[in-house]
Design a protein around this ligand. Sequence first.
Ligand code: ZN
Length: 331
Amino acid sequence: MSKTPYLTFDLDTPGMSTGHLVVPKGDDCEAISLPVFSLNKGEGPRLLVTGGNHGNELEGPIVARRLVDWLPKVQTCGRVIIVPMLNLPAVQAWSQDSPIDGLNLNRVFPGRADGSVTERIADAVSRLLLPMADTVFDLHSFGPTWDCPPSVVTHPIGDVDLMAKTLRMAEAFKLPVTLLWEHPDTKGMFDTWVHSQGKVFVCAEFGGGTVNAEALAIYESGLRNGLIALGLVDGKAECPTFRQRKASKTLETLLSDELKSPARGIFEPRCSVLDEVSQGGLIGVIYPVDSLSADAIDIRAPTTSIVCAVKSGIHVEVNQKVAFLARPLKP
Ligand SMILES: [Zn+2]
């Protein structure tokens, strides 16, 4: 049994080929084989598409798998590698983090060859797949307890040129929101690792907890727009319609835009995603459950904002996030 990760097939094979990325056995589990699809049409842009980084965000694996069906017919050049289920044990358990070592794959990059299984997955991807790509699309969906508009997200990047290039790539998806997200915890993110190599990485987010056909169609058309912008596919990018609107906005959300619940309770949303709210506008109400006689608590917007994501999973703990606000990104 190999102690180093390997691919069961040659990514240089022309045309469409399929096989596995084998993550070696460790102290905590046997070897894991991640399905990999390679579409090689020679010279041109090199793209890696991943889904299932978080195992409870299943729109990504569906859309990645659908891509495998239609991309071979329309790809004109370059290479695309598709891994629909990056953290396979987490997807199998429908859990954000791995059921084996409890780790969040999106916090352990670049991984460790001698680490636990999630670290070994990150190591295998870092060694064998990332060198084959200049751009990465990582397909998420914000988790099953959130409502958020179809978005492409990136985090602030120190390198000004890479930041501009990444934002342009994100905007090319033409999804309702392109979001620059100031995140409190970016160490070990797949994004951070790829950006550190000077490569473009964007992350699609499309929350809702329920997978429906309309949402998947929007997600898929955003991905197609991204492929057109890269030059992998011919065609004209189209802005998808979301909740009767056909617009894309570039927004910024800061740490201070995360609204949290001051109590354990039931959260009642009083706004919808993409609503514009004034300073003091009502975002939602918390009904504390520890004391049934306690008054309801209003959650209000600290500044004039656009609602970017709202908790849809009703039950919240103390200090848990209930909404993300945002505002137009200044050029
Ligand atoms: Zn995610």
